[in-house]
Design a protein around this ligand. Sequence first.
Ligand SMILES: [Fe+2]
Length: 247
Amino acid sequence: MSFLKGLFESKSVSGIADLETDIHSHFLPGIDDGCKTVEEAVDLLKQYESTGIKRVVCTSHIMKEFYKNTPETISKAYGILQAACKEANIFIELHYAAEYLIDEHLEELIEKDEILHFGKNKFVLTELSYFTPFKAYRDIISKLQQKGYTVILAHPERYSYWHYDLSTLRDLHRNGVLMQVNLPSLAAYYGNTVRKHAITLIRKGLIDLAGGDIHNQRYLNAVINSQKDKAFGNAMKYNVFKNKLLF
Ligand SMILES: [Fe+2]
């Protein structure tokens, strides 16, 4: 009986480990609003590894007003974290890129060819303001695409200005922009409205990828909790999240 129970459980388990790769995180210490110290990042990554996740892309913010990161600040923090993980026997494969706020600063970086990307299709993680999207956001997305990058839009469920009209997201999606839902959204970390909207976007076929957007312990707890949500189970069952295919 206990053997049968074990068999049933092992078949029904479907969790964040099955994603293999988390493409959105703020583990790099001291350079944005994520982990403050390398010790905090190592502690979180150790816990994250125990969920079975295999690969993590560190995507520190690049926002001209708040986080003036550059490829140099990001790669330096990455080197420090990489060494500390080795020391702590953490075997998660770490990569680095950035989470770019779409604004005129990103446009300048595209002109200068200073874009951090990851994975096999030159993926670039982008985000929009939570208040109002930058006027020329479509032009900037097109410029990235013309340069051969595959644009990923982070947490579309969090842009409340599109909660009652999915046409813009649909149009972006049709034009090759991949959409990444935040797992904490499914655990109602940002409230119930965002959770419901995340579920709607998944049901409408507008989500391609999942990310933890982990900044600290609270986010990690929410990511682990998201696995209990029915929407997460359904998304895994129907192969909604394509994280495995990015590397
Ligand atoms: Fe983020």
